[in-house]
Design a protein around this ligand. Sequence first.
Ligand code: SF4
Length: 694
Amino acid sequence: MNPPAASVDTHCPYCALQCAMTLTRRDDGSVAVAGREFPTNRGGLCHKGWTAAQLLQSADRLTTPLVRAHKGAPLLPASWDQALDMVAASFRQLAAEHGPDAVAVFGGGGLTNEKAYALGKFARVVLRTSRIDYNGRFCMSSAAAAANRAFGVDRGMPFPLQDVGEADVVMLVGANVAETMPPFVRHLSAQRERGGRLIVVDPRVTPTARLADLHLQPVPGGDLALLLGVLHVVVARGWVDEDYVRDRTTGFGAVRHRVSAYWPERVEALTGVPADQIREAARLLAGANRAILLSGRGAEQHSKGVDTVAALIDLALALGLPGRPGSGYGAITGQGNGQGGREHGQKADQLPGYRRLADPADRAFVAEVWGVAPDDLPAPGLPASQLLEALGRPAGPQALLVMGSNPVVSAPRSIAVTERLDALALLVVCDPFVSETAARADVVLPVAQWAEEDGTMTNLEGRVVLRRKLSAPPPGVRTDLDVIAELAHRLGHQQGFPAEPQTVFAELRLATRGAPADYSGIDYDRLGAEDGVFWPCPQDTVGTPRPFVDAFPTADGRARFADVTDRAAAELPDAGYPLHLTTGRVLAQYQSGNQTRRITELVAVAPEAFVEMHPVVADDLGVVDGELVQVVSRRGHAVARAMLSEGIRMDTVFMPFHWPDAGNANRLTNTATDPVSGMPEFKVCAVRLERIAP
Ligand code: SF4
């Protein structure tokens, strides 16, 4: 066995910027983190990255499987053989009794490409279930659907991040990068130093909005109307790039007609954004040689999220940006492998490489790589919210394997999701810690953390990077790939499920050959020697940083405008629930907080749930800054500390979603989803505030 490395160049365990870092083991066994020069982070890390290694020696670390003898019994230590045998026997029995869809799988956008691939293959080949989806459905599925529709492919940012620093104008719609991925701001700072202008669209004066030259502050759910209004001005003023539209796009005629109804004064009435600001945004964008439009979760997490992103893409196309060097439209991914996680088969409708389960040719290609008959692959399954809602129902899944997710905290309407998890015959959770979801499981399998296993991640630019391990996991802990392999063996598949990441990646390369997300030309040696490789990367090519320069990967090579129109959010304020609630993240916590809530420095900065409200709202309620208040929606109530801010609209309150129990913002959120992407409407629902008696 090789001795553990003293130092390794790797990448951060958290968000999609995948900042480069060096881990070094100190003499006392602790691990030092240093930022490393890389095109995305330029040596910088955020507070989460600097403190990430503390988790490796966390006292909360699980080092043995836990098993519940029966419902209601406590979770007790068990051997790996006991735990895995129990899971395999239960899966086999439930599938025999109810059919293969009785066993479901729920993955995560933080899993490496290798794990996402192996988990999708395990579901389709071993379990033969259609019931697999993942938490990335909550994260970027609306931008993915809109990009697929417009460009024929979804590669979040179809250009390197350095282009942002060189753009004349950048427009960020619903992306608070200064808090969610601070080193991104280095690119915005470079852009500003060159004299560039920044436009931010956000209902709150976020740290990112404070950097802006122009901050448009629409009511939650107002982004779609606002973007149609900006496009109206571009059309009305004759600022459309007509040559580009003629040569590189289809479908503009209907859009030109549609946006005629979104004149600025009408859009001001719909969104609260002054008409002059709408005209100014259009003027800035149209006057730029190089302009970049970027969307984040704020644009996406709506029941009209796909159409909202489509309106932003329409604006980009009308200005002739996608494919023009230094310009374009891109989506900022959130989770660490949000991009790769949705390419390799853990999404309900997808096979590796962005191949589609509904496409006979795609099924046949992947089935051959997997050594099964195409007809043996299940049909597309259910998107995450529907999958979670079906758990434990008579016709729904009776068992669930969770890997890389904590839906008790992160899923919308979390109280109802928790009830569905409790209704299962068997809940199996793979996690390094007893997360809130693991605490309800029948079997908890302790798995390795990021610095304890190799793997590849695909960052927000579509750049595949190699995350190397510093050392093996502690005794008693196995990798997710090992768990998949062991379960596959116990369920009759002795071959086809290697636990070695590099071997899995070699098969992933074969399975994606010729696909939209083609990884066949990428290997670990290249990734180790280069600053990552952009997909598509067919064999013997160097990768593709800017895939749209010559043509779009559509049937006719043209981008497609989408004729979209505004509509109301699924739930609007009324007399009983008079305020909009919008949810999001803070700098010092990450997603469900399962990792970051265990790090002392981060807890000191962001210890508990809060609800941001305008002082006028607080005054009406009679509460002061820091006082606990109850936030009530039609789905439940949460308790959080009032945070007074003049930077939020008077009709809106904001809660971050990182905390469990009474402070869980997702007790309140709505399960309404986008009809195309299945993405939940996390960004707007109706609530009221109640003062808690002292
Ligand atoms: Fe990690 Fe994201 Fe912070 Fe970079 S910005 S250090 S990738 S959490």
